[in-house]
Design a protein around this ligand. Sequence first.
Ligand code: 6R9
Length: 709
Amino acid sequence: MADDLDDVTDDETAESSGAQIAVHWREEETYPPPASFTAQANASDPAIREQFTEDKFPDSFTAYADLLTWFKRWDTVLDTANAPFWKWFVGGELNASYNCVDRHLATHPNKAALIWVPEPEGEAHQAITYRELYVRVNEFAAVLKDLGLKAGDRITFHMPMVPELPVAMLAAARLGIIHSQVFAGFSGTAAGHRIADSGSTVLVTMDSYYRSGDLLDHKVKADEAVEAAAKEGQQVDKVLVFRRYPGKYSAATPMVEGRDVFVDDLLAAHKGEIVEPVALQATDPLFLMYTSGTTGRPKGCQHSIGGYLSYVAGTSKYYQDIHPDDTYWCMADIGWITGHSYIVYGPLALGTTSVLYEGTPNYPDAARPWRIATRLGVNIFHTSPTAIRMLRKVGPDEPAKYPIHFKHMTTVGEPIEPEVWRWYYNSIGKREAAIVDTWWQTETGGFLGSTLPGIDAMKPGSCGPAALGILPTILDEDGNEVPAGSGKAGNIVIRNPWPGVFQTIWGQPERFVSTYYAKYNKDPKSTDWHDWPYFAGDGAVQAADGYFRILGRVDDVINVAGHRLGTKELESAALTVNEVAEAAAVPVIDDIRGRVVEMYIALKPGYEATPEVENKVKTAIETDIGKIARPKNIWIVPDMPKTRSGKIMRRVIAATSNFTDTGDITTLANPEVVDKIRHQVQSAKVAKGEVPRELSETELHEIEHFGSE
Ligand code: 6R9
């Protein structure tokens, strides 16, 4: 156990910068893409890279834009005049709904656009053809139009994984209404904050949905959301409620007279109505996707119509290798960016069949995904390391029992342990599939780092080289390049703009510049893109072969099961409990969810540490954020380790929770508290059997550098 306090590392760089550490990363063996895959791949000739070299930028990306149908072609590929607020395909006009729906009617109206699989196995799946999708999107667009919504207005969705969600997104996109889908697992309060931030007057929700065998009352969250939004001064006029079973209300929470309306009732008045897709500017916003950052206020990442749609279409083609006849299943939730880009917009822009599953992967057992894939003939499969770890734990031998044959598989959202990768490759992929480990972010719209599946060798634990046209590099804290193969880690940046990059943070343009561009910019007035490297907020190391290994966040964000949770959001939720004086959230390595949250609490004078206080903190977090954020443990400690300026040193408590070396604590104002906390927490964890396995170098790096102090 690495808990010897005297064993302080002598590597100064690790102590000072937090971004640079000399280590000898173990190299993994590589796996060539299967020849059968390459033979059919959309990208099979390495020469494709030559079309995307730096000297051809930015025109190279017109190859992606050309995958779309434009009402009017652009005049300028990239306008940098208002750097770093990049404008792609300026002067171009298009409509995302038209591109994902209408244009496929000429070639394959009766092919399934979506296949929806309800969680209860007794309920049949539903195939929605492109023609049927067209009808539904138009009818819902008519409903939205009738409510007076128009281009540029915002609308919030708090929808589960049902086909009504992509229908609603495409209906909004048809009119240019900016949609903001909030993950259904988030609490009503969290949805309310996002409604207020975006200034939405309409909330679209559903009465109920299935999750792990229970039909959840989801409508209750709409009431909480409207109330939370009102507290921030945002009035919601209408709540549109889809019914899980049309004609039958399946929630216990009553409808609110005058405000809440059943969508199936509204649709009845618009049967067969057609709403022409509005010709919108390429630079107009398509949607907002909220994500967490260093402050308590979530960031509404604003994505454009032309740039974003081009980028997800292009990357779906070359990295997901989507062909028109594929049956593609991404198990992510549409409430996250992965679902927007690689369940809805990318696959539908290419006219393929995209599978949508309502429930949890292991319900009613760990073979459910394989039954779905067998039944539907899925040949492209896309999921997260957390799902892979879980399926491996509860059903390692299940995939072999089913005749599943994936040509291609994806992993996304968090680093994948090489051992887990190998199970994915051998057991799920049966050594026949090309795997891509795609590194990217809510902000980036689409993939930034990945192998080209028909061309590049796979390397477990590394996302691979840069995606086509993307120019990443690793910089140290002073902006010096960290060379590939040096064995040094640093901050990964993207030197150039790309069409999928978000346009701004909704309502917070200064935060957009300061968080993502200020760090390495030397001339704030420059309109030359070379002066504005994009700071991704991830630590990374680049091997001599050019492959990147992503080490995780360098900011105060905890990646739980692939979902970003801001420590400040967690802490402010805990601080709403009256007894709590101070709170600090840290990540703990978890064998299934990658990371889980542990919360440290210091109480106000005069209060006792009791299970009631713990429960209050738990409830506060579930109410403010949602169950996904529920801490694994809450430790009520006598005091927090602090710097002399009074800042909580999160890396010290993170080390305590993970049984790793607490590192240098000489700069603490109260070093004596470290031992006390360690004894309290670690003996409780030993008693509960929660001693973690030995951490990998990647994991150690993250824990040692957690928090900015
Ligand atoms: C798409 C998505 C982004 C953060 C990102 C990084 C981590 C994502 C990864 C990965 C290692 C991968 N991340 N993909 N880490 N390997 N293949 O996940 O977006 O929810 O915004 O999270 O997730 O830390 O910065 P988002």
